[in-house]
Design a protein around this ligand. Structure first.
Ligand code: HEC
Length: 169
């Protein structure tokens, strides 16, 4: 058995073990839906493939990770633009905290937001085909915040189907 198969096997075992502890992992699918778009936190996103980490300094001081569903990962691997309908991207974020065990290292502190983008070119035609959702503790934030999403993504990454994150090598 080569390394890749081993990794696959341990992933399968891991998923089986994790299925029972989804809640403990913050894997709260379903539930609240966002204003304007009706986007929900997708089931199982906490086990999706990492596209890239990110970090913001001031004012939020956060560590972040962007993950995607299978369609998203395939689109990245094949450089498909625009992303196909059904693509879902999730950005997780945590407070950036200094490691208590090793000063130069950073670790994730408290979870701050979960943000979601769902591609449906018909339903969300007026916002580049993307529906947006921003959640704090599983609850969608207000409509005013959701009015800012597309504007920023449109202003800066229109040429990449309104998606900032590139595949981390
Ligand atoms: C002022 C600019 C700005 C606004 C407003 C904004 N975003 Fe983003 N968004 C970013 C940047 C920059 C990234 C790249 C990752 C990072 O640096 O955190 C990003 C990344 C994302 C991602 C991962 C996919 C990608 O494009 O990289 C999602 C999902 C997301 N944002 C959702 C939202 C939602 C939902 C809202 C509204 C509630 C929102 N964003 C508002 C700037 C913005």
């Amino acid at each position: 058995m080569n390394l890749r198969q081993l990794a696959g096997l341990s992933a399968v075992v891991g998923v089986a073990a994790l299925a029972a502890t989804g809640v403990a992992l913050g894997d709260s699918g379903g539930g609240d839906s966002s204003p304007i778009y009706g986007v929900k936190i997708p089931d199982g996103y906490r086990r999706w493939v990492l596209i890239a980490p990110a970090q913001e300094a001031e004012p939020l001081n956060e560590l972040r990770a962007v993950v995607g569903n299978d369609l998203a990962i395939k689109a990245y691997q094949e450089s498909t633009l625009p992303f196909p309908d059904g693509t879902v991207l999730v950005k997780l974020a945590w407070k950036h905290v200094q490691s208590p065990e090793f000063e130069p290292a950073s670790i994730p502190g408290a979870a701050t937001t979960v943000q979601v983008m769902v591609k449906d070119s018909q339903k969300y035609a007026s916002t580049g085909g993307w529906g947006f959702g921003r959640f704090i503790n599983g609850k969608a934030v207000d409509e005013a915040q959701h009015q800012t999403c597309f504007a920023c993504h449109q202003a800066r990454v229109k040429n990449h189907d309104f998606v900032f994150t590139r595949w981390a090598p």
